[in-house]
Write a new protein. Structure first.
Lengths: 146, 158
């Protein structure tokens, strides 16, 4: 039996909402890695985004793919430790591109530092078998909206 | 080898165009090329170090073992810290180095087998089961595409 790091209880309300939505979404039976690859390509594209609207749109689609890959894996019973690791690493790589694009601002520098903490948390998650991460892209998207 | 050329061409082009390096700034271009390809030196080091093993197993399809933790998230974090420090001295150089390195690491994750959370967790992962021929084909497409883009960049059209 493979051990997959569990989510902390603080994420329960948000996970519950996503689980509810998952039941109503049409999900094709594809390799979730297509979503990971799309998220990475979009994160690289973020390097060239000029306006806040473009940035919000790209982060929004990346977050959507992040949800869809997990939802697809759960729907088609493909939840594995390897899949969890791919998901976490894709998220960290995506954040690396997004926040390195923004280091020209003080806020971007703060988020880049937080990305480093998130990368360390990725190691801690597999070590402790409990998933820990900061929702940095979501927070940054809210900041861009504001 | 084709993979190293593909990494060097694509990752460095993305890094220099993102950081808005001008074609007459050779030091930044050189830094991007080095950062985009340097990581492949560790394939060479490990392939030499473990040559007995590769003589038994063969190199084809097994070179993903010939890599250090710098090819994984640990390496990305380490280069992130170094770039963060370098940022205070030369922000453009820091961005060029980090982006080129990050693109290379990401390409390796997408294209082949890796242990991204090594040294803490050595679970081997693979996004797509690509054959050797498919990988070579993708590398050729990348080399042609980014060869064209480098040409446009160097004549000042990007």
């Amino acid at each position: 039996m493979e051990l997959i790091p569990g989510r902390p209880s603080v994420a329960s309300p948000y996970r519950g909402l996503l689980s509810f939505l998952e039941r109503w979404v049409v999900l094709p039976d594809i390799n979730p890695s297509y979503y990971h690859t799309l998220a990475l390509l979009l994160s690289v594209l973020f390097l060239y985004a000029q306006t806040p609207l473009q940035k919000v749109f790209i982060i929004g689609v990346v977050l959507l793919t992040d949800w869809l890959d997990g939802a697809t894996a759960r729907r088609y019973k493909r939840v594995r430790r390897a899949g969890y690791i791919i998901d976490v690493v894709t998220d960290r790589a995506s954040e690396a591109f997004i926040f390195s694009a923004e280091v020209g601002t003080v806020l971007g520098q703060v988020f880049f530092l937080l990305w480093m903490i998130n990368a360390i948390l990725a190691f801690y998650s597999v070590y402790s078998n409990k998933h820990w991460s900061l929702p940095l892209r979501c927070a940054y998207m809210i900041v861009l909206f504001a | 080898m084709s993979s190293t050329v593909a990494h060097a061409m694509s990752a460095s082009w993305i890094a220099v165009t993102f950081a808005q390096v001008k074609p007459d700034e050779p030091l930044y271009i050189l830094a991007a090329l080095i950062s985009a390809s340097m990581l492949d030196l560790d394939h060479l080091l490990y392939a030499i170090k473990d040559r007995g093993l590769y003589q038994q197993l063969g190199y084809k399809g097994n070179l993903h073992h010939a890599r250090s933790v710098f090819h994984e998230l640990f390496g990305l974090l380490a280069v992130g810290v170094l770039s963060g420090l370098l940022f205070f001295a030369d922000p453009k150089l820091a961005q060029v180095i980090f982006i080129a390195f990050a693109i290379h690491v990401t390409q390796d994750w997408v294209m082949g087998k890796s242990c991204p959370l090594s040294p803490i967790d050595n679970t081997e992962v693979q996004l797509f089961s690509l054959t050797f021929k498919q990988k070579v084909l993708i590398d050729i497409v990348i080399v042609i595409l980014f060869g064209g883009l480098w040409n446009l960049y160097l004549v000042g059209q990007v």
